[in-house]
Ligand binder design. Sequence first.
Ligand SMILES: Nc1ncnc2c1ncn2[C@@H]1O[C@H](COP(=O)(O)OP(=O)(O)OP(=O)(O)O)[C@@H](O)[C@H]1O
Length: 403
Amino acid sequence: MNASPAPQEIFLLKLGEVVLKGQNRQSFEDKLLANVRRRVKNCGSFQCSLRQSTIYVEPQSDDCDMEAAWTACRQVFGIAAVARAVPCEKTVPAIVETARAYLGGAFAAAKSFKVESKRADKTFPMNSIQLSQAVGGDLAELFPNVAVDVHSPDLTVFVEIREKYAYVHAPSVPGAGGLPIGMGGRAVSLLSGGIDSPVSSWMMARRGVELEMVHFVSPPYTSQQAQDKVLELARLLTAWTGRLLVHIVPFTEIQEEIRRNCPEEYFTLIMRRFMMRIAEAIAKKANAGALVTGESLGQVASQTMLALGVTEDVTTLPVLRPLIGMDKVEIIRMSRDIGVFETSILPYEDCCTVFTPRHPATRPRLEDVRAAESALDVDALVQKALSGETWVRVKPTDAPRIG
Ligand SMILES: Nc1ncnc2c1ncn2[C@@H]1O[C@H](COP(=O)(O)OP(=O)(O)OP(=O)(O)O)[C@@H](O)[C@H]1O
C-alpha cells in the first residue's frame, strides 16, 4: 500500500468578542484580518481569509515556518481559539482517512474517543449527528483498541463541514482573546523596568489599544543596562502588539530639582506628576487619548487612593490603570504567562528608586503637594525634558537586547 502524502496543515482562528459587534463588526473583522496577515508575514507565505467567523491561515509554500506562525496566531488579540486542522474532500471516506493520517498519534495515546461534527454548509447531505456516527464508526474499526466514549473521551476528533472543504482537527486551544489592536484607540503607556507596567501595557493592548511607550531615564543614576532592559521588555511585548515606539525621556534634572527644592515626603508624588505631564505632551503629539500605568491600589505609598488623585491631577487625559484591583501574585502570574517575568526581575535600577523618600506621604493633600511643587519652574523643566527626548522603534524581528 502507498503511504499517503503528509496532510497539509492549516490553522483555523475562531473570532472572539468581535462576533458580538453590531453595525461596525465589519471594521473589526477587517482590522483583525489585517493584524493576522501582518503577524504571520515574517513566517513565510500564508494566505489568510475570513469566512464564517473563522480566519483560515493557509501556507502557500513548503518553506513556511509553521511553528512560528502557530505561535504568532496564538498571540493575536481578537482571536478566541485556534486549531491546527487539515482540509479534505467533503466525503466520509476522505474525512476518515484524514483523521487516520493526521491524528494517528493521538489515537495511539488514547483509550477512548468521540467525533464531534459541525456543519456550516447546510447543503451537506448528513446532519451533524449522522456524520459523527458515520466517521466515528469507521474510525472505531480502524483503531479497535480505542473505545467510543461520547461522555468523557480522551480524544475528541472535530469535523467541520465548511464551504469548500471538510476540516479535521483535535481540540482547539485558547487564543489571546480581547479585541483587535487598533480598534480601541491609542494610548501612551508609562513603561518602567518593573513587573507591573509591562503587564498593564499588555492588558490595554488586549483591549484593542494601540500603544506608544514612554520610559524615563536618569543617567548617571540609572544605567544603559537598565534602559536596555526596558527596550527588551518592549521587544518581548511586540510578540503580542506588533512594533512599538518607545520614547526615552531624560529625567535626571527634574529629579535633582525635586530633591533640591521639595520636601522629601513628596519626592515620589511630584516625580509622578512630572511623568504624567510629559507623557501627556507625548500623547497629544501622538494623537493618543489616554495614559496607561501599572499602578495597583495600595501597592506602595504613591498608589493609595489619595496619592493616585494627586498624581492624575496634572493631566486631563484619562489614566488607565488596568492593574488597579489586582493582587501582586495575580500580576506575577500574568507576567509569567505573557513571557516577560524573567526579564522584569533582572536587577537593574529604575529612576523611581533613585531618590526614594524614607517616609513617603500616604495621605497627601493636593494643595500641600501643589504648594511644594510651586518651588519649581514646572513648565521649563517639562520642556527641557521633552527637548531631550529620543525614541527607539522596537520590532518583533529584533534580536534580543539582553539576556
Ligand atoms: N522609569 C519609568 N518610566 C516610565 N514609567 C514609569 C517609570 N517608573 C515608573 N513608571 C510608571 O509608574 C508606575 C508606578 O511606578 P512604581 O515604581 O511606583 O510602581 P510599580 O508598581 O513598582 O510599577 P512597575 O512594576 O511597573 O515598575 C509604573 O507602573 C509605570 O507605569
